[in-house]
Design a protein around this ligand. Structure first.
Ligand SMILES: NC(=O)c1ccc[n+]([C@@H]2O[C@H](COP(=O)([O-])OP(=O)(O)OC[C@H]3O[C@@H](n4cnc5c(N)ncnc54)[C@H](OP(=O)(O)O)[C@@H]3O)[C@@H](O)[C@H]2O)c1
Length: 310
């Protein structure tokens, strides 16, 4: 595994993390047993991954807890979150954090995020909820503060652009992928300047793992005039990436593309299949995609900021 430093936290993190949410919820959305989900995470840790992302709302924290009880706690970086859908009160965060600690079987969280924040809720959360987070940090229950965006609803990162004006966030979870590269302009210059750790979600999601969904997204982008049809082969829009010196398949291209983007630290991989976890770890360790392919991807999707790749 390869490791990097997660911005100003100074944490040494693997460049791939295990995601316990997303469409798969480590297989809990597709009906696999908890034992099989445990095996997926254990395989990742055996391969050198030391970063696990979960959230109370995913209902996978206790599965993570079953895995991490067998490890020295300080060898792992655990990220979890309090959702911000509806109006949350400071005491909701205190109660949620206590439940997360119990579910995970730990007495501290490395990175505790406000989850899925939208711009219209940001000022309230900053003034009314962040002071409570800082208290919990002072009590040693949280090491670093994070914030994640609601990428489906905020695909051009308006909330994170606002949050980047404040100095409270140590880590941000950002939507970024081949189709929507807008974080390169709206987020990464500032996270680099402020040395904020960056976790990437949506690297693959549905559009880059299901060809039918990819075709729908491409059509939507053409209709919205964010994609020039003459820039792509509509029958096989990303087929040019797969060749002898290029990507193995689209998912492989997706993870390698994100890993090499300046400003990304941990690429989070969500899967409910152990063979996919193995393949994704292989991908994150492969060399860079050919420069000409990356340049072409940057050019084709240069104007896209309206879809998440969901
Ligand atoms: N706002 C937020 O805070 C937020 C939102 C979304 C996600 N997240 C976090 O970010 C993590 C990553 O996002 P994500 O789960 O959407 O991950 P992702 O890695 O971008 O995509 C996951 C999707 O790709 C498929 N996939 C993964 N590997 C594959 C492979 N080798 N071949 C074919 N299909 C493959 C999965 O299906 P299979 O199960 O079939 O492999 C799943 O449908 C989440 O798990 C969660 O921890 C946070």
């Amino acid at each position: 595994m390869k490791y990097t430093t997660l911005g100003r936290t100074g944490l040494k993190v693997s460049v791939m993390g295990v995601g316990c949410g997303g469409p798969s919820r480590i297989g809990q959305s597709t009906g696999i047993s908890e034992e099989d989900s445990v095996a997926i995470i254990k395989h990742a840790l055996k391969s050198g991954i030391n970063f696990i992302d979960t959230a109370e709302v995913y209902r996978t924290e206790s599965i993570v807890g079953r895995v991490i009880k067998d490890y020295e706690r300080e060898t792992l970086i655990i990220s979890t979150k309090k959702s911000t859908w509806g109006t949350i009160k400071p005491k909701d965060v205190v109660n949620s954090l206590e439940r997360s600690l119990k579910n995970l079987g730990t007495d501290y969280i490395d990175i505790y995020h406000l989850h899925g924040v939208i711009l219209q809720d940001y000022e309230y959360l900053l003034s009314d909820v962040v002071p409570t987070l800082l208290e919990m940090r002072d009590q040693g229950k949280i090491r670093y503060l994070g914030i994640t965006e609601r990428f489906n609803a905020d695909s051009n990162h308006s909330m994170l652009e606002r949050a980047l004006q404040d100095d409270v966030w140590d880590v941000m979870m950002v939507g970024f992928n081949i189709l929507n590269q807008s974080a390169r302009y709206n987020v990464f210059p500032k996270t680099i300047e402020k040395n904020i750790g960056v976790l990437i979600m949506f690297a693959v999601r549905l559009a880059l793992s299901r060809l039918k969904r990819l075709a729908e997204c491409i059509n939507e982008l053409i209709e919205k005039e964010q994609l020039n049809p003459s820039d792509i082969d509509q029958a096989n829009p990303l087929g040019f990436l797969m060749h002898k010196k290029g990507a193995i398949n689209l998912v492989d291209a997706a993870y390698r593309f994100c890993r090499d983007e300046l400003g990304t630290d941990v690429i989070i991989s969500g899967t409910g299949k152990i063979e996919h976890m193995k393949a994704n770890i292989d991908s994150i360790l492969r060399p860079s995609l050919p420069e000409s392919d990356v340049t072409k991807l940057k050019n084709i999707f240069r104007n896209v900021d309206s879809i998440s790749g969901q």
